[in-house]
Design a protein around this ligand. Structure first.
Ligand SMILES: Nc1ncnc2c1ncn2[C@@H]1O[C@H](COP(=O)(O)OP(=O)(O)OP(=O)(O)O)[C@@H](O)[C@H]1O
Ligand SMILES: [Mg+2]
Length: 239
């Protein structure tokens, strides 16, 4: 893994139509840590990730990766400097095999830097090694989620953006996926911005957490403190 980077968002205003969805959002993802982004339906979590990745235009505010401003870069450029975005919905290409899906992740790396990355991925994600020649269509939801995370890692990201990796998965599988994300932080030192509606699961592995409501930050603290805040849980976190 390449060096983890710090992702910093300051005063972000962004959205789709005339009224912005994000109204001055600030968040920091510290190197080698997991930062949870929580909040109800429509709070603006996905919009935040899409703006960081350059798919939604920043109207005002700044987004930086270490010292580099991402604010006016194209999505392609942002991906190439090491921001890897795993969108919601376990989006594998079902007509391709597991290995073909994984190879797509390598395309962002210079050929000379691909080395043993694929073998390394199979070592880390044994379940994918067992299924490498199977069509992705045959995978379970949990296996697909692991595949899209593994594919994102093959681009050697410095920051990983995950949008609702638990969505649609059985509780036991959610725990496995969360364990995997935790492992990526602990063993690979990855910087992760983890968007989740499943606040309880996300906070169980996160270092810090930010809660969004209607495009604004309503809380920001250590994950354990957020999880212990009964009022916050009742109002915003649903557990
Ligand atoms: N492509 C779009 N065009 C116009 N409005 C959009 C678009 N995508 C999202 N919105 C609106 O922006 C607001 C925030 O949506 P967003 O998807 O960022 O929320 P979210 O926190 O990710 O919600 P969820 O938990 O349901 O995924 C919502 O009011 C939504 O209707
Ligand atoms: Mg969303």
């Amino acid at each position: 893994m390449t060096d983890a980077a710090m992702l910093k968002v300051v005063g972000l205003v962004a959205g789709y139509g005339s009224a912005p969805v994000l109204n001055g959002v600030s968040i920091v993802a510290q190197p080698g840590s997991i930062t949870a982004v929580l909040g109800a339906n429509g709070a603006g979590k996905t919009t935040l990730l899409r703006t960081i990745s350059g798919f939604v235009r920043t109207r005002s505010g700044q987004i930086t990766l270490d010292d580099l401003s991402l604010t006016r870069l194209s999505p392609d450029h942002i991906a190439r400097v090491g921001v890897s975005h795993v969108p919601e919905g376990q989006g594998v290409i079902t007509e391709l095999t597991v290995e073909e899906n994984l190879r797509l992740g390598l395309l962002l790396r210079p050929r000379a830097a691909r080395g043993t990355a694929l073998e390394d991925a199979y070592r880390r994600f044994a379940i994918l090694a067992d299924r490498r020649r199977r069509l992705a269509a045959t995978l379970s939801g949990g296996e697909r989620q692991i595949l899209v995370i593994a594919r994102a890692l093959l681009s050697a990201p410095r920051v990983l953006l995950l949008d609702e990796p638990s969505l649609g998965l059985a509780p036991r599988v959610v725990a496995q996926v969360m364990g995997l994300i935790r492992q990526l932080r602990d063993e690979a030192g990855l910087t992760v911005l983890l968007v989740e509606q499943n606040a309880r699961s996300a906070l169980s592995i996160a270092d810090r957490g930010t809660v969004l409501s209607q495009g604004k930050v309503v809380a920001e603290a250590d994950a354990a403190d957020l999880a212990a805040d009964v009022g916050l849980r009742r109002h915003y976190l649903g557990f």
